[in-house]
Write a protein that binds this ligand. Structure first.
Ligand code: SF4
Length: 333
């Protein structure tokens, strides 16, 4: 991380995104589904903050709400000191040069009728940058940057593998030299060997461009590989937030411990000591009382069923939302 000063590039405060879902009653007003519930974090230039959790924990909704691809219900998002939620459509389009997004399945976001050259030229055309000859040079530079041959220009998305298509998605995301990229499960659909190539490409580009990355994934091993800090999410809330190395070596929240336990280890003895996650993630439209994790937590106590724990510093370099974090449980056992 190359933090030039103490001013965060992106600051998210108390962000909420609620949806209304049908509750089955004919004239019912519907239930509130809290996809993102009171999430706050900051990210600095050159830093990667990873968001991890099972599917349905709200991490992808969070990424889209930050970018206003879906409108947040409440909260504040400021980028480079500007209030993103106060921008009109024209201002938002302008600032999106600086904030880009990469999706899990680039094939869905790449127009199948356009050649790769046309796809990569599009951001320059939309923002009226350069003439045709200059744009052609830019497209060739982008392909080189992401490790694709110049001959890709005249080919179509379906002619490429998943990993190559993700490279095209990355090339499009960096075309306008953004300062922040939201990476929404960018390697989840790829083979393990291709995953590491894409992660290394993102790390190289980050270094070269001093990019900030919000990296969303369900696999903690992947998130750890790329992140400076990690936020663990459960049912729309951050339950643990800290430096990647600390969280991985010394998790404080029982849910983080369970996610780490789920990472395969090539050692049968270590496998035996694992604490796998029990049960299914509850519905965010009908979350449990108290601590949302209490229905699956192996350390649950009576207080957990009634009182929601706050995300607070735990004295171990991280923020934790747990009445009985793992270090305090270890001290009392
Ligand atoms: Fe488990 Fe209780 Fe901590 Fe929730 S508050 S994670 S139920 S120990």
């Amino acid at each position: 991380m190359t933090e030039s000063d103490n001013t965060p590039l992106l600051k998210v405060e108390n962000l909420r995104k609620y949806f209304t879902v049908k509750d089955g009653r004919l004239f019912g007003s519907g239930k509130k589904l809290m996809a993102v519930d009171d999430v706050s974090f900051e990210i600095f230039a050159g830093e990667t903050v990873g968001f991890v959790g099972e599917s349905g924990c709200g991490k992808s909704t969070l990424g889209k709400a930050v970018l206003r691809l879906i409108e947040p219900t409440a909260g504040c998002v400021s980028f480079g000191g500007r209030d993103l939620l106060a921008l009109n459509r024209k201002e938002l389009r302008e600032i999106r040069k600086d904030i880009q997004i990469i999706f899990q399945d680039p094939y869905e976001s790449l127009n199948p009728r356009l050649t790769i050259g046309e796809i990569l030229e599009e951001p320059f055309v939309i923002h009226k940058l350069g003439n045709a000859a200059e744009r052609k040079i830019k497209v060739a530079e982008l392909l080189k940057k992401v490790g694709l041959p110049e001959t890709a220009i005249n080919r179509f998305p379906h002619e490429f593998s998943g990993g190559q298509r993700q490279r095209i998605g990355i090339a499009r995301a960096i075309a306008l030299k953004p300062r922040l990229i939201i990476c929404d499960e960018p390697v989840s659909a790829l083979d393990v060997s291709v995953q590491s190539q894409i992660l290394n490409l993102l790390l190289d580009l980050q270094k070269e461009m001093n990019l900030a990355l919000v990296f969303i994934a369900h696999d903690l091993a992947v998130v750890k590989h790329i992140s400076d800090r990690i936020a663990v999410m459960y049912l729309g809330k951050i339950v643990e937030f800290g430096k990647a190395a600390d969280i991985y070596a010394n998790p404080q929240h029982p849910y983080t411990e369970a996610l780490i336990s789920a990472i395969p280890i090539p050692d049968p003895f270590a496998e035996k000591n694992k604490k796998p996650l029990a049960g299914e993630i509850p519905s965010p439209a009908d979350p449990p009382s108290g601590c949302y994790f209490h229905t699956r937590c192996p350390y649950v106590q009576e207080q957990c069923k009634n009182e929601m724990p706050e995300l607070i510093p735990n004295g171990k370099n991280s923020l934790v939302a747990c009445h009985f974090s793992l270090s305090s449980l270890q001290e009392t056992s």
